[in-house]
Design a protein around this ligand. Structure first.
Ligand code: NAP
Length: 541
């Protein structure tokens, strides 16, 4: 291991102990931890600033749906004590302000290269080092390579015939213009009703002259019930922030320990009691709704009761019964990524908002003037794609990553991602993926999942240094058993029963593999056990 952090400024200025790709929540913390170990690190970031997801997703209404006091770093007591969040859920500008504050507070920028897109990374077996190449031709050499590239960082723009012919501007929620967009007086078309669509539609509707929502699949949404943070609750949490974080880590999704799931199956109570329990959590707002019973995500009949409750709410809010039916999802609830909303269904009561059902009238083409479906052409001034991401593997596979013997990650993952612990891939020594597929990642509070991975990787690198190991690589056996384990856990849930980005089903041709692993506490315990057993399942040399 190169102990000389100063080497980056010395004889070989592009030689580092570690190269980190991405300056989002993962990459920033990874850099902080590597500095603590006294290692030389360089972060390569495509954007012009820190923040990752929160740097790119600047669409109207963008907001996190995890409670503010949980969606923040826990590694620094002063940081978590001094930062004040104004509302229950943080807005995108607030999170970005927070992450910029973190970058400034810990002087992180000096080790980050912005506007630097990584094109390729090749493992040089003779040197035992990674050679990282950027799109502008820079080459860096590092013993370790950490991909902090995010789970939702490759925007998906579906190929629709005629898109290039559209005469107005086209936006994607995942790469929104920094200067913002003024929809005043405009006829706007938006494609997509996932989290980004559901958040932006009510805001755009208030500004635009007319808004046409092109919906392929209706979605369930639980009211956020956002508002100012409860100062008393904040003071209570801050009096024992460490305890609060520790309790959250014991929850399956590493959050909401103050509103845990009821340990009762949905069908064990009568209809009246069941509706009362749903109503209670509907009134609280946000993800606690899904904890009304302990089997909503594992028992289809139980799930149906939650789904019907939400459908009844949609019907009670939306005044036009035909529109209400179009908005009622038929599928398993929370099987696609759950959505939290603010005034989404109410928006369809506005006279300037029009719902277009793509199941009965699919899009045929984008024309010079708008969007043509099978029954009519909608004239539009601009189009918003709220069509999501090539999730979890998209960004990793855009980079040409080649491991031992020229093995390419693209080939290795041709039939879907395979790895050990979501962290490491056989054939790719000293490469770590933060919140990679096969780890809880997107099924948890992302910040908790990121911190757990970064800390595990840091401990591993420290252990290697202390025991004179230069290389770590997951074994094939460990990978095989891990993939089997992830599939077996997913199969105990209802997650794989519908088309979602968790499964890769939103990208034509992408292999259908359930990518995240449900259950943070068991996973974190397994990672600890692996480390305690001197990195069981890895070859260390
Ligand atoms: P998404 O959930 O994948 O939703 C994409 C939407 O576009 C879906 O309604 C999809 O319909 C539709 N769509 C895709 N291709 C289409 C096509 N060819 N024609 C018509 N419709 C098409 O993407 P997202 O809304 O950007 O959210 C992605 C994830 O980011 C979320 O699930 C969440 O994890 C995260 N996120 C979080 C927040 C938050 O914290 N509040 C906010 C935004 C995003 P189908 O359902 O039929 O595929």
């Amino acid at each position: 291991m190169e102990k000389n952090a100063g080497e980056s400024n010395g004889k070989s200025k592009n030689k580092f102990d570690i190269v980190i790709v991405g300056a989002g929540i993962s990459g920033m913390y990874m850099l902080y931890k590597m500095r603590e170990l006294g290692l030389s690190a360089r972060v390569l970031e495509k954007g012009s600033g820190v923040g990752g997801t929160w740097y790119w997703n600047r669409y109207p209404g963008a907001r996190c749906d995890t409670d503010t006091l949980e969606y923040s770093y826990s590694f620094c007591e002063e940081l978590q004590q001094e930062w004040e969040w104004p509302e229950r859920y943080p807005t995108q500008p607030e999170i970005l302000r927070y992450l910029n504050h973190v970058a400034d507070r810990f002087d992180l920028r000096s080790d980050i290269s912005f506007d630097t897109k990584v094109a390729a990374a090749t493992f040089d077996e003779s040197a035992g080092r990674w050679c990282v190449r950027t799109e502008d031709g820079m080459e860096l050499s590092a013993q370790f390579l950490v991909m902090g590239t995010g789970c939702l960082s490759s925007p998906n723009t579906p190929r629709i015939e005629g898109t290039d012919s559209f005469e107005g501007p086209i936006y994607h929620t995942g790469k929104w213009p920094h200067e913002g967009v003024d929809f005043t007086g405009k006829r706007v078309g938006i494609i997509g009703t996932g989290s980004s669509g559901v958040q932006s539609i009510p805001v755009i509707a208030k500004e635009a002259d007319e808004l046409f929502v092109f919906q392929r699949t209706p979605q369930y949404a639980i009211p956020a019930r956002n508002g100012p943070v409860d100062r008393e609750a904040v003071a209570e949490i801050k009096a024992d922030y460490a305890g609060f974080r520790a309790r959250n880590r014991l929850e399956p999704s590493a959050q909401l320990s103050h509103y845990p799931a009821n340990d009762v199956p949905a069908l064990e109570v009568d209809d009246t009691e069941r509706d009362q329990m749903y109503q209670e959590r509907w009134d609280v707002g946000g993800f606690p709704f899904y904890g009304a019973f302990n089997d909503i995500l594992i028992n289809q009949e139980a799930n149906d009761t939650a789904a019907e409750f939400v459908r009844s709410k949609i019907r009670s809010v939306v005044t036009d019964p035909e529109v209400a039916e179009m908005l009622c999802p038929p599928h398993t609830i929370a099987c696609k990524r759950a959505i939290i909303d603010t005034g989404y269904f109410e928006t369809y009561n506005r006279s300037n908002v029009h719902l277009v059902d793509l199941q009965s009238t699919p899009i045929e083409a984008i024309t010079a003037n708008g969007i043509r479906t099978s029954d009519t052409e909608y004239e539009l001034d601009c189009i918003v794609f709220a069509t999501g991401f090539d999730a979890m593997t998209g960004t990793l596979l855009k980079i040409d990553i080649q491991g031992r013997g020229g093995l390419s990650l693209r080939e290795k993952w041709e039939a879907g991602p395979r790895n050990y612990l979501g962290l490491s891939v056989p054939g790719f020594p000293n490469l770590f993926t933060v919140t990679g597929p096969g780890s809880p990642s997107v099924l948890t509070n992302m910040v908790v999942a990121i911190e757990q991975h970064v800390e595990w990787i840091t401990d591993c690198i420290k252990y290697m240094g202390e025991h004179d190991h230069d290389s770590i690589e997951a074994t094939q056996k460990a990978e095989d058993e891990w993939v089997e384990h992830v599939n077996a856990v997913a199969a105990t849930t209802l997650y794989p029963t519908c088309t979602s980005w968790y499964l890769g089903a939103n990208i034509p041709g992408k292999p259908r593999v359930f990518m995240p692993l449900p259950g943070f506490p068991d996973y974190a315990a397994k990672c600890e056990e692996v480390a305690a057993k001197k990195y069981e399942g890895f070859d260390l040399t």
